[in-house]
Design a protein around this ligand. Structure first.
Ligand code: AGP
Length: 616
């Protein structure tokens, strides 16, 4: 996710822009840029040197023409196009008189680009954002003022956006708008009376504590000392006012105590953004970005997934989906084992690496080994242009935004969503699943972000259950079918942030040994939502109960038969079986989180762990 800053008025435009961008640095970024209004023109500077971008941008801006009266700035976390200067924001129209910064995704970017190019516009980046500058240019050429031009342009966009637009023709004015992606505006305290714009409160927190928060499809015009908000038709609206008394550190965490809880809260967005523009409203899938064409994908006769940790668990879920929908064999391996066991691969094998960072050396080497053996290699990565993304034949990005907490949460859900999209796309290409069934699954997938949000709201109930187990040092996690990787992920979360032993088993395996460890008081957490093995799952639960285990069950809302088998229930809404991990894992993340917090552990930086593991 990117960061936006904007200011008009006062004499500190450069400082406000650069300091604001620096305050957004904690979110992670790969490039940065500003566009400032000077002498009736726009002056733009950009840098794409990774985490040095802001320093490099600052050096360029030192040579800026004096006394800008306003400007917009951006830190970019690449989603469309490589993290290069050409793709860094702000983006300009053909005349250089309109500049745009944007967070979010323009879903109909391809069709808009084609239409704009037919009318003679020349694109100079690979981003979806640039179309907005050209759409505004067209409206301005038709005689509209900037605010009206932005409103009309927005009417042609599908997707999500928070954006800021400046025009050389209207010095001292910024027009901003939002749909889905957050945006706040404010008037600075003090004599400057600057009008301020930001995607995140920390960017401008030092200037005021009172903000206006925009709702979807609201447009705001910023002028020195003045803000006015309208809807998309230009009718005035009263914005919501937010008074913030957090300090900067709390503000970076969006008012949460830590990044992990903030990032768990961002899971609905992460899933929604990952589906956006790929799961189409007509019930089909479009993955043109994949870089491997449909003809090559049709040759695939086996899928192999390689990954580590939480990414491996996401891959396990995908194995079920691929085998069910695509009807091809799907194997999965822990990446660090894969290449040492001499797997059988050929040109018809599709090897899918799954990695949040795209840098995990075990997965990277596994993918390189697969490529050397002649397999086609595709990666699911959250980081654009990561080593894996550069190496692979194809790439499908998750769009979870930067994840700062070491424990994978929102990237894990985004990976499952991306893998399921990939499985459905392969099924569409192979014709292995009727179009109506693909459409039905996509419809259910679209409902998942809402169901994840609903589940997150039950945090207090999970906290109350977790509070009963603060003294327990050993847990068993059980699941069957897709509940099994959910159990594994729940156990991993507990190990890595709460430092307690947690063993996960497919529940059917229990009787082959581990059940010997069950004795009165042993705590068993089981995923007992209604998948095809639910009855068998309950039999396994009965086995541990009869040996005195204390049982915590993840169960579907209203399922009293399941609740009757439990000492404590973590309720979740029902979701179609193959999509259920996207929801069922959420209370297990929360459970681990609350246990870790109860012990006073740093959930964002657990001991002995690194966010990106670059050693074998
Ligand atoms: C999970 O919470 C982890 N921190 C860890 O297991 C992680 O998923 C693993 O190291 C893989 O990382 P990657 O997705 O960046 O490749």
């Amino acid at each position: 996710m990117c960061g936006i800053i904007g200011v008009t008025g006062g004499s500190e435009v450069v400082d406000i822009l650069l300091d604001g961008l620096a305050r957004l640095e904690y979110r992670g970024y790969d490039s940065a840029g500003v566009a400032m209004q000077v002498d009736g023109k726009l002056w733009r500077a950009r840098a794409a040197t990774g985490t040095r971008s802001l320093d490099d941008l600052r050096k360029v801006v030192e040579s800026a023409p004096a006394a800008p009266i306003g400007g917009i700035g951006h830190t970019r976390w690449a989603t469309h196009g490589h993290p290069t200067e050409r793709n860094a924001h702000p983006h300009l129209d053909c005349t250089g008189g309109v500049a745009v910064v944007h967070n979010g995704i323009v879903e109909n970017c391809r069709e808009l680009t084609a239409a704009l190019e037919r009318s003679g516009h020349v694109m100079t980046s690979d981003t979806d954002t640039e179309v907005i500058a050209h759409l505004v240019e067209e409206e301005l050429a038709g005689g509209a003022g900037l605010a009206a031009a932005v409103r009309s342009a927005l009417g042609r966009l599908r997707g999500s956006f928070a954006l800021g637009v400046v025009s050389a023709a209207e010095p001292g004015t910024i027009v901003a708008a939002r749909r889905v992606s957050p945006l706040v505006v404010a008037i600075a305290d003090g004599p400057g009376g600057e009008a301020l714009l930001a995607s995140d409160i920390p960017a401008i927190l030092g200037r005021t504590r009172t903000f206006w928060t925009l709702d979807d499809d609201q447009v705001v015009v910023l002028q020195p000392g003045a803000l006015s908000v309208t809807d998309l038709h230009g009718a005035p609206v009263e914005p919501a006012v937010l008074h913030v008394d957090w300090d900067l550190e709390a503000a970076e965490k969006g008012g949460h105590d830590d990044f992990m809880s903030k990032e768990m809260g961002e899971q609905p967005r992460a899933v929604q953004d990952t589906l956006r523009g790929r799961a189409l409203p007509d019930g089909t899938l479009s993955l043109d970005e994949l870089r491997i064409d449909a003809a090559a994908l049709r040759q695939v006769d086996k899928v192999f997934i390689v990954a580590c940790g939480s990414s491996f668990h996401a891959g396990l879920v995908a194995k079920y989906a691929i085998e069910r929908w695509l009807r091809l064999p799907a194997e999965i391996d822990i990446a660090s084992e894969f290449r040492y066991r001499d797997p059988v691969l050929d040109r018809r094998t599709l090897v899918v690496g799954v990695s949040q960072s795209g840098e995990t050396v075990d997965t990277l080497q596994a993918m390189r080994h697969a490529a050397a053996e002649g397999a086609r290699v595709l990666v699911i990565s959250n980081v654009v242009d990561s080593s894996m993304a550069r190496d692979a034949d194809g790439v499908l990005y998750t769009r979870a935004g930067p994840e700062i907490g070491v424990a994978a949460t929102k990237t894990h859900l985004a990976q499952i969503a991306a893998l399921e999209i990939l499985a459905l796309y392969l099924s569409q290409v192979h014709g292995s699943l009727p179009a109506a069934e693909i459409a039905a699954v996509l419809q259910s997938l679209q409902a998942v972000p809402g169901l994840v949000a609903e589940t997150l709201q039950r945090d207090d109930q999970v906290a109350a259950v977790a509070a009963r187990f603060t003294e327990v040092r050993d847990f068993f996690f059980l699941g069957r079918h897709v509940g099994s990787p959910v159990a594994m992920e729940g156990a991993l979360k507990l190990k890595e942030i709460a430092y307690v032993r947690a063993e996960a088993y497919p529940a059917g395996e229990l009787k082959h040994g581990p059940i010997a460890l069950i004795e009165p008081g042993t705590v068993v957490v089981a995923v007992a939502t209604r998948n095809r093995l639910w009855e068998k799952m309950l039999s396994n639960v009965a086995e541990v109960r009869s040996r005195g285990a204390t049982v915590v069950l993840v169960a579907n809302d209203g399922d009293e038969d399941t609740a009757a088998m439990a000492d404590h229930v973590l309720w979740v809404p029902p979701v179609p079986e193959l999509l259920s991990p996207l929801v069922d894992v959420v209370p297990l993340q929360q459970f681990a989180y609350h246990l870790a917090r109860a012990h006073g552990f740093d959930v964002d930086r657990p001991r002995n762990l690194a966010k990106t593991v670059t050693v074998e």
